[in-house]
Design a protein around this ligand. Structure first.
Ligand SMILES: Cc1cc2nc3c(=O)[nH]c(=O)nc-3n(C[C@H](O)[C@H](O)[C@H](O)COP(=O)(O)OP(=O)(O)OC[C@H]3O[C@@H](n4cnc5c(N)ncnc54)[C@H](O)[C@@H]3O)c2cc1C
Ligand SMILES: Cc1cc2nc3c(=O)[nH]c(=O)nc-3n(C[C@H](O)[C@H](O)[C@H](O)COP(=O)(O)O)c2cc1C
Length: 780
């Protein structure tokens, strides 16, 4: 068997080494267009975990890497004259040049044939049973078969350049510098004695304003020396093909064509801010070599590689995506408390959370807790900082309504009302969740008229009997818990007259339906009823029903109101251009589309007591091309805030059946982050948030002020009580009748937490720091 590898970078070399080592009978030839020592780049980064992997697969190259690396455990974040040093992040830096030289030596010693100065642009010139395309991000062979591979390149807006310096470091450093042109960022680490990598990054606007678009490589290095003069401590910046580029996020729908396979950057890139480019390339090599060993024949091996490797690559790319966006948006976080800024940076890609940071850097997490406590006290919510409490248990306030903690039961239709009447089910349902410890309960969407309902099972608030039933629930919640309760008011619009959830979500009732209204006469599904386009008289009438319901809500004793302007229901369908095709003053521009929802909001706000807060639930993205996006959502939020909204409840989608959300853990939280930190409005995050650790991370990073959980609360009414027991928050309230259960739970979870912490500490990758202590090789 003959294998040709195009490209002698880390991916191609490592694959050749591993394969040749196990299968000396296979002829492996590397074609590298450059000369053996014509190498670019400064340092590359590997984590302890990656070093573990290398050690397992080829001890010789691992030892060679280890002989020449710089090791560190800490990350330092330098922001506005503050420095946060966060430990427990075992990493090494290694010269890319040294890495490639030692991989070349190892490959040569194993009998890999290496042809330097051999540039391959066409597979026809290669005589091999299998061709490994490892020629980097501009891969010529991939480009040739771009349509087959389904190559997608997302060229990111920020500009970056790799430079080097002789300044030593004993940690990974992030430097943030404000200049008259804008913010510059430097990602820096040492990779061998007196040699460090400086990846410099800025927005295209700042880059152009500074004139970097017109400078030579040499001039740009001198300019950047000026920006980071303090950080360089007298050292200079070195260049080596250090041109400013835009990072290409490369993805391929298919990795295999006939006997050819993509490897490393040619196949998928990962942004430098997670330091995984070389790691990903070398781990690809491991996966491909294992597939060749495991399978009979080239075709089986290549498809095995793609099947087994894709998920891990996509996971890393997703983490890289979220990480790079944080740096692109850095201006958004510029006015944050430096501790919050640092915590946000550390937790940006979801891999690091409040809990796992607590294992590696408890002092930093204590500073985060302290920052949260100071913030709450500074806002006058507590008389003095409430120390030693996890962020989710810091109280919160909206107008005169105080919340004991940041956990919210998300509004969820129970489809169990008769003629809009909440019954015993609702009393038990809401009562149990209030006693379970959430700070705020939001009721299911409750309708101001019978015609406003989604289904015949929806609750309403248009008559005295319903008002009395809601009063019973509100009174129970107030008498037996510290929870506050918010009524969500909404009108179904074109999604009305539908079946109950369990009979067919959003599908039209076969009989007994009622007439529907909407901004435009567009049915939800083709078989759905065609709604009537609303007249101004309809708008006046609907507004009056909302106002009447709000008065009844006040009479029932609700603490808060939420106006449902999300999920494609009536008010949402006015806001979205997908569902609003009107040509009058209620359609067209965003301002026009907001006119009716704002009118309803203002009318309710006018009768709702000034001491009580109101929120608005929005769909921050339609997830449809040409629909609402997150920038629109910032404007929508600003408009409601100007009208008196105290909180934006940030959901997304459900506008129309063609909506394609990118589901995943906490998938809507980035919208909340953007709205909170760009529009400076309190927000509530929701959507696939399942654990207390995630809530603490979201709150402490300033991505939201409150966190709503829907489905987790259907499975566990006492979610918040459990979390309080887990974190040992002794002040958490539980009904006195339940005290023995509460105490037992606290004891049990304290022990479980200690056991888990021990297990997690043991499971951490072993440190690869040199035993002789030379890891702090910085100052030579
Ligand atoms: C300018 C630059 C500097 C970088 N510096 C760093 C750094 O300091 N630290 C870091 O961690 N990462 C750095 N990276 C990213 C890092 O190089 C990649 O993530 C990683 O090397 C991917 O490995 P690879 O083997 O897939 O591709 P590469 O390392 O890009 O290797 C591809 C190889 O293929 C060769 N080649 C290309 N086309 C052909 C052809 N048609 N025929 C034959 N050979 C060909 C190239 O010369 C190259 O040697 C840098 C990237 C660039 C573009
Ligand atoms: C059964 C069910 C009913 C729901 N009803 C409503 C509702 O009445 N109003 C609303 O705004 N959202 C409603 N939602 C959406 C939830 O409030 C929440 O945004 C969504 O479930 C995502 O959060 P989760 O991942 O924590 O469940 C409902 C969700 C479920 C599962």
């Amino acid at each position: 068997m003959k294998i040709a590898v195009i490209g002698g970078g880390p991916a191609g070399l490592y694959f050749a080494i591993l394969l040749k080592k196990s299968r000396p009978d296979i002829a492996v030839t590397i074609h590298e267009r450059n000369k053996a020592d014509d190498l670019f780049g400064f340092g590359v980064v590997f984590s302890d975990q990656t070093l573990d992997t290398f050690k397992t697969h080829d001890l010789e190259s691992y030892e060679a890497i280890r002989r020449s690396f710089a090791y560190w455990d800490d990350i330092e974040i330098h922001f506005k004259d503050t420095v946060h040093r966060i430990g427990g992040n075992g990493f090494c830096g290694c010269s890319r040049r040294t890495l490639l030289m030692l991989l070349q030596d190892r490959a040569r010693s194993l009998g890999v044939a290496m042809q330097f100065g051999s540039e391959i642009a066409d597979e026809a010139s290669i005589d091999a049973d299998m061709i490994v395309i490892a020629d980097g991000l501009n891969s010529a062979l991939r480009e040739k078969h771009r349509d087959h591979f389904g190559t997608r390149v997302d060229l990111r807006p920020n500009k970056f350049s790799w430079m080097g310096s002789t300044r030593p470091f004993d940690a990974f450093n992030y430097f943030f510098r404000q200049t008259s042109h804008g913010v510059f960022i430097a990602h820096c680490y040492q990779y061998e004695a007196n040699a460090s990598t400086w990846v410099l990054e800025t927005t295209p606007e700042t880059w152009a304003s500074a004139g970097l678009d017109r400078m030579t490589e040499h001039e740009s290095a001198r300019f950047m020396e000026g920006v980071f003069a303090k950080e360089l401590q007298g050292h200079t910046l070195q260049t080596n093909r250090s041109i400013w580029r835009n990072f290409p996020m490369i993805r391929n729908e298919r990795w295999v064509k006939d006997n050819m396979v993509l490897l490393g950057d040619a196949k998928a890139t990962a942004h430098f801010s997670i330091g995984s480019g070389t790691k990903l390339a070398m781990e690809d090599a491991i996966a491909l070599y294992k597939s060749v060993l495991a399978c009979d024949g080239v075709s089986a091996a290549l498809s095995h590689y793609e099947t087994t490797r894709r998920q891990e690559v996509e996971r890393t790319q997703h983490a890289a995506d979220t990480s790079l966006v944080w740096f692109e948006d850095v201006q958004r976080f510029w006015n944050m408390d430096p501790v919050q800024f640092a915590f946000g940076l550390m937790t940006r890609s979801k891999a690091i959370t409040y809990d796992n940071l607590n294992l590696r850097a408890p002092d930093f997490v204590a500073a985060v807790d302290d920052m949260m406590a100071r913030d709450v006290a500074a806002k006058g919510i507590t008389a003095a900082p409430r120390k030693d409490v996890a962020p989710m248990f810091q109280p919160w306030r909206l107008r005169d309504m105080k919340l004991a903690n940041r956990v919210v039961v998300s509004p969820m239709c129970m489809y169990s009302a008769k003629d809009g009447m909440p019954g015993d089910f609702h009393l038990v349902h809401y009562g149990a969740r209030a006693m379970g410890g959430a700070g705020l309960i939001v009721t299911e969407m409750t309708c101001p008229s019978a015609e406003a309902r989604i289904t015949p099972g929806c609750t309403g608030l248009w008559n005295d009997a319903q008002q009395a039933a809601w009063t019973r629930i509100v009174d129970f919640v107030h008498a037996n818990s510290e929870a506050r309760i918010c009524l969500q008011l909404g009108h179904a619009g074109r999604k009305g007259a539908s079946k109950l959830m369990w009979d067919g979500m959003d599908r039209p009732l076969p009989e007994g339906g009622w007439g529907l209204i909407a901004p435009s006469p567009l049915p939800y599904y083709p078989e759905s009823q065609v709604p009537r386009a609303m007249t101004e008289a309809d708008m006046t009438e609907v507004t009056a029903t909302f106002v009447a319901a709000a008065r009844r809500a006040e009479a029932s004793g609700f603490d808060m109101l939420e106006l449902h302007c999300a999920h494609g229901y009536l008010l949402a369908s006015f806001i979205s251009p997908i569902t609003n095709r009107r040509t009058d003053e209620f359609g067209g521009s965003l301002d026009n589309r907001l006119r009716f929802p704002l009118k309803v909001f203002e009318a309710i706000r006018a009768v709702w007591p000034a001491s009580k807060p109101m929120s608005v639930r929005i769909s921050a993205s339609d997830w449809i091309a040409g629909g609402l996006d997150s920038d629109d959502a910032v404007e929508v939020s600003r408009a409601f805030a100007r009208a008196g909204a105290d909180l934006i409840d940030v959901s997304s989608g459900q506008t129309a059946p063609q909506s394609k959300p990118h589901y995943g853990r906490m998938f809507q939280t980035p919208f909340s982050d953007q709205i909170r930190n760009e529009a400076h409005i309190a927000t509530m995050a929701v959507g696939s948030i399942t654990g207390a650790d995630q809530i603490n991370t979201i709150i402490a990073a300033g991505r939201a002020d409150l966190v709503a959980l829907g489905r987790p609360h259907l499975a566990d009414p006492a979610f918040t009580l459990r979390a309080a027991a887990w974190y040992g928050d002794a002040t958490h309230h539980a009904p006195k009748q339940y005290a023995p259960g509460r105490d037992a739970l606290y004891r049990q979870l304290e022990k479980e937490r200690a056991d888990l912490t021990e297990l997690r500490l043991k499971a951490r990758p072993k440190s690869h720091a040199p035993e002789d202590g030379t890891e702090r090789m910085a100052a030579e």
